[in-house]
Design a protein around this ligand. Sequence first.
Ligand SMILES: [Cu+2]
Length: 493
Amino acid sequence: MTSPHAPNGRREFLKQGTLAAVALSTGSAMAQQPQSPPPPPKKQPVVEHPHDHVKAEYDGFSRYQPSRGNSPDSDFYLGKLVPGFRKPEEGPAPFVAPDLQPLSWEMKNGAKEFHLVCQQVEREFLPGYRMVVWGFNGSMPGPTIEVTQGDRVRLVVHNELPEETSVHWHGFELPVQFDGSHTLTQNPIKPGKTFVYEFDVHEEGTFFYHSHVAMQETMGMVGWFIVHPRKPFDPPVDRDFGLIFQNFAIMPNQTVNDSFAEGWNWHTINGRSGPYTTPLVVRHGERVRIRIMDFSPIQHHPIHIHGHTFWVTGHEGARAPKSAWIPRNTELIAVAQASEFEFIANNPGDWMFHCHMTHHMMNHMVTHVGPRSRPNQHVDQYLANLDRRPQIPIAHEDPAFAVPGYPQGMKGMEMSEEFMKTIWLRREFMGMRATAPKSLKGLMTALRVLPDDLYSRVMESDEPIEKGAIFQEIVNRFGTPAAYEPAPKMMMH
Ligand SMILES: [Cu+2]
């Protein structure tokens, strides 16, 4: 991860561990106490605006509260050209692909030289769910390549797979011999062999690299290739996130993806399923860019963000001229396409950010014969008593069964104590509602918009934070505390 505040390295991990341990013990204590009433309503504070090079409000659009501004033709309608806090001379905001690592390079003979190893990798989609997929350098998706427009790049690709491969640099206008189109433009890279690609990057934008063997793509062989413009785009953004959406078919009791399947039951964002996807945490009022790419085998993703309206500023081809930007809250992204959104984070809270395909909002889906025919039961209870063969009642006495189609609440996702510990160990999750992990599944993550002081508590401080505390504070300041019910203390492992 390249974020300056992201948990990265042992020291950060230890810090978080201590923090979490304190939070955990606080949590256990809380679990035995009666729930305290919500604090009395507070007046919405006047937001201090410490930045004199940008304004809090532009033509009726406020960076600190939900607002649209005036005319749809205004440059500032819905925050369209409202700048972030980052000064243009600071260069582009660092690109952050949560849960993925950047790929390092060395300058050699006038080119940035990167080394990629194609190989089978193990990826933990959820805590304890280690899946066997294919990727690069021990990662799926592969590590992120980040360069600047005008760079010359040399990509040394070594094949550790047991079969031939080639790597395609998706979208680049490069010399044809380095396009990586398996057998059309080069001889395949045989197992154990190396091929060197080299070209000048004259464009800027959101690119990616992937194996050009179709079934290998399905096994996960993809990674970001981000090219920053020589001159940062206007208006400057404070955050630049990248999320790769993928689907896999991994049947119960299996760890290996079925690359030939057409029904997909495991869904990942940067190689993790919700709630293991790492929330995007930003400061209230910042300008945020999110780049999304769909590398699913055959399915498209309508990506929806709550509480905000974003401008679509470009796709995988290039940045769009401002006159062509479109405001949306849901953007359909097809296979091998990318979309870039920008918005002002003017609405504090923990917001859902997800694919809207219903089947993509669940983990390890199977036909839930057991759980779906019996209400409020987990299939594990049934499996644990197979010797006694518990009867499945043909006539259900529960009155709910009078409703055709009941039940529809999916059961079967076990969140063990160890699982929950791993979820809550991450700094980015601190202070979310105790039940937050239950609502983030499959292709879902959270956008957290936090006022400066709460951002510091979550991302920069070692002060213990009780589950729900940050959310409660946001309701106190911006919502209606009297009408807010804290989450039950049910996930306090
Ligand atoms: Cu989807």
